[in-house]
Design a protein around this ligand. Structure first.
Ligand SMILES: [Zn+2]
Ligand SMILES: [Zn+2]
Length: 546
């Protein structure tokens, strides 16, 4: 049949109406009408869309069509197929639109969803529309909040002081990529680093399991590789370097190369390290150090480590650390190439065998000691050490580096100044946003009891109405301005208390939607156990690589 004779304007609406009226693609799980236990189940999942004001873009139908083919084929093969759809609707684009127009993000979202639904239905996808979920629906985010409370109960949610990039003119926190040359990419205003108390999720607790379980899943190899790099496991040793003359202070470092401990000629603290402040009164050039720390505070991590043409630093004159292996005293420097957010925020510098340390030592005229023979440390750091041999290293002399790592770790442990250790690049997840359009974090701060969870039976903690949707001039969420919402009673002691005004990040609601699809109307649990056991795991997922 020539294409011109296919009367899509008549045929497609006819069948789309038929599918809708007959609920042709409705999936029935255990206990639901029409459930056929003799059929094997098949769960097909797409990354659910963010309903933006622009409507669908061509990338949406691309992946939905691929899985629609899979879903239809499996149905014809006799499977009980679940192919659901929903909306990942909290987050920035809608919020920015609301700030600009003054319209409530909820109303904007509702309109966008209507448009998306219309477009998707016209494309004829075989979604089970009876299971539609929306992360901004209080009946949905009630369970997102409930999950947060479970994380809190199990010690996996906590508060911590985290440095953020702060635009002094826009008065918002910025991502590293939004800071250019110490200035805000949007407005050119000055950006400073600020410490702010944020909710964190302890995902590092699962680093080892995430890594090991990659061996059990059927992912593309390049995705597994990406995941392994993201987790970034490294083995080595933690070593304590006491501060000379200060009995209760020491610098703790993590090194993957304990074999080079005898080559340490100086130590470096990140500018934000607590010891910098604590040792300031022993420091002969405190003004100089303070000025350096302040200047470093105006740079992003990216600028400090990736684009820096030259390493910079300042010595804390009068402060020295004791190298417990070589039994020598070494100077202590502050340098912004060391990040507080990575490792312990302090390093032992081995300029003979690390390129960056070598450049730094050359620039500031610090000693460079060879501890692995085979290179020429006068010309460059010697890092291709596979064939090298330990020298100038006491009990390690004559060993190969791999042997020396094992032996030095034993010595560190037996002499009691450190231990073997595993570290991950993976960081805990910053779970606070100072924004309006997100799930309120269901926690109350009581002067007497500390942080107290909102009782489960009071969930959902509904997002209150506000006059303006932007972050306040002090960098707080707009929720902080609603006094009668913020002021509350402590659920534990009934004393006066205040609510958390931060909201959750975009990925809170979208990290568990595949569970809710199994039982989307449940008001007693995030999903019924039997439904979860029946439908999960997902058999075929198509979405972002992460
Ligand atoms: Zn700005
Ligand atoms: Zn209390």
């Amino acid at each position: 049949m020539p294409a011109s004779q296919y009367d899509f304007a008549t045929i497609e609406p006819k069948w789309q109406r038929f599918w809708e009226e007959n609920q042709t693609f409705r999936a029935a799980g255990p206990g639901e009408e029409g459930f056929d236990p003799s059929k094997p189940k098949y769960y097909v999942l797409i990354e659910f869309p963010y309903p933006s004001g622009e409507g669908l873009h061509v990338g949406h139908p691309r992946s939905y069509t691929a899985l629609d083919v899979v879903a239809r084929k499996r149905r014809m093969e006799g499977f009980n197929v679940l192919y659901p759809i929903g909306w990942d609707a909290f987050g920035l684009p809608t919020e920015n639109y609301a700030i600009k127009t003054g319209r409530h993000p909820r109303d904007v979202t509702r309109e966008n969803v209507v448009n998306y639904r219309r477009q998707l239905q016209r494309l004829g996808f075989s979604f089970d529309w009876s299971r539609e979920v929306n992360t901004t629906d209080p009946d949905y985010y009630r369970w997102t909040q409930w999950i947060f409370l479970k994380l809190w109960e199990n010690g996996l949610a906590y508060k911590a002081e985290i440095p953020i990039n702060w635009c002094t003119s826009c008065k918002v926190g910025l991502a590293n990529e939004e800071v250019v040359g110490g200035q805000c990419e949007r407005c050119g205003g000055e950006v400073v680093r600020r410490m702010r108390s944020q909710w964190m999720l302890r995902i590092t607790e699962y680093a080892e399991r995430l890594l090991n379980d990659l061996n059990t899943v059927d992912f593309l190899e390049k995705i597994k590789m990406q995941q392994r790099n993201w987790i970034g496991r490294s083995t080595g040793a933690e070593v304590e370097f006491p501060i000379v003359g200060v009995s209760d202070r020491s610098m703790r470092v993590f090194t993957t190369r304990p074999d080079t401990l005898f080559g340490v000629t100086y130590m470096v603290l990140a500018p934000e390290h607590a010891l910098v402040g604590e040792l300031m009164d022993r420091c002969e050039n405190a003004d100089e150090v303070r000025a350096y720390v302040e200047a470093a505070g105006r740079k992003s991590d990216f600028e400090r480590t990736e684009v820096a043409k030259e390493v910079t630093g300042v010595e804390m004159k009068g402060v020295r650390a004791f190298n417990p292996a070589a039994k020598t005293e070494v100077p202590v420097w502050v340098a912004d190439y060391v990040l507080i957010s990575y490792g312990t925020g302090a390093i032992m510098a081995v300029p003979g065998h690390d390129e960056r340390d070598w450049r730094f030592a050359r620039k500031y005229d610090l000693p460079i000691v060879e501890v692995i023979s085979g290179g020429n440390i006068e010309e460059a750091a010697f890092v291709e050490i596979e064939d090298g041999m330990l020298v100038n290293s006491g009990p390690l002399d004559g060993l190969r580096p791999d042997q020396a790592i094992v032996k030095m770790t034993e010595i560190v442990e037996s002499e009691g100044y450190g231990k073997a250790s595993v570290q991950y690049r993976l960081r805990d997840w910053v779970f606070s946003r100072q924004k309006y359009w997100g799930e309120p974090i269901p926690m109350v701060n009581c002067p007497a009891c500390g942080w107290v969870p909102v009782p489960e039976e009071e969930l959902p903690l509904v997002l209150p109405e506000v006059e303006r949707y932007q972050t306040t001039g002090t960098g707080e969420s707009p929720l902080s301005l609603i006094e009668d919402w913020v002021k509350t009673r402590c659920p534990k002691c009934d004393g006066p208390a205040t609510r958390e005004t931060d909201t959750m990040p975009n990925w809170a609601g979208s990290s568990w939607y595949f569970l809710r699809y199994c039982d989307p109307a449940n008001d007693a649990a995030l999903a019924d156990r039997e439904a979860l056991d029946y439908w999960t795991p997902v058999d075929w997922y198509n979405g972002g690589m992460e």
